[in-house]
Design a binder for this molecule. Structure first.
Ligand code: COA
Length: 185
């Protein structure tokens, strides 16, 4: 089953990154990320201006491990939690999940997120029978589009005027990675 991943030890390591469970102690690093206007530019929520919002978000991430709705990793680089990434929207019947991610702007363009996403994709494709991972990305979010493309996601199309966001209605591009795409990449 897809949600069997919640029974696995989710800690993943590379030469420079540790991907691990988020914990209450990550509050300040999480606030640094989610209060940054640049990071939040393409999000449907305003940048945080109260540390309590970071606490609530952490509670949601941590709650996702126990109710098996969301698996979010903290990305640790040189002892600092610089970003998060993970899966949510698990659909057991059609073997798919959605992927989300964000990185502290001081650590962007160093290859950190493509490395971290490569690690968690390896984890989910190896440990479960998932067939499809998808990502929904705004057409202007160049960094995220380039990241999805670099990982081998396929741009499948544009959902026109799909989402109510920041006071307007916006298009969203859909990206998918199938198990068979991954074997080819
Ligand atoms: C998207 C994001 C996570 C990318 O993280 P990152 O660690 O900087 O990305 P990487 O360094 O691994 O780069 C991956 C690819 O994207 C490209 N890229 C990254 N930022 C870019 C930018 N601002 N403009 C153009 N290309 C960019 C890189 O050049 C690289 O491609 P290449 O190796 O072929 O040159 C980061 O920009 C971010 O946190 N953005 C705000 C939050 C967000 O939008 N999350 C996604 C919501 S859908």
């Amino acid at each position: 089953m897809l949600t069997d991943i919640f029974d696995e030890d989710m800690t993943l390591r590379s030469d420079r990154l540790i991907l691990r469970r988020l914990a209450k102690g990550d509050r300040d690093d999480l606030y640094e990320i989610f209060s940054d206007r640049e990071v939040m530019r393409y999000y449907d929520v305003l940048p945080f201006d109260d540390i309590a919002q970071a606490e609530e978000m952490l509670d949601r991430f941590i709650g996702g491990y126990s109710d098996r709705s969301m698996m979010r990793w903290g990305i640790e680089y040189n002892g600092k939690m610089v970003g998060t990434c993970g899966f949510f929207g698990f659909k057991e019947d059609c073997k798919k999940a959605e992927m989300g991610y964000e990185l502290n702007s001081s650590f962007q363009r160093m290859g950190i997120m493509s490395e971290a996403l490569g690690m968690i994709l390896g984890f989910i494709f190896d440990k479960t029978d998932i067939n499809r991972v998808e990502a929904y990305i705004e057409p202007e979010n160049t960094a995220s589009l380039a990241t999805a493309e670099k990982l081998g996601f396929v741009r499948e199309g544009t959902l026109r005027q799909y989402e109510c966001c920041r006071g307007g209605i916006i298009d969203i591009t859909v990206w998918g990675m199938l198990r068979s795409d991954r074997q080819k990449h």
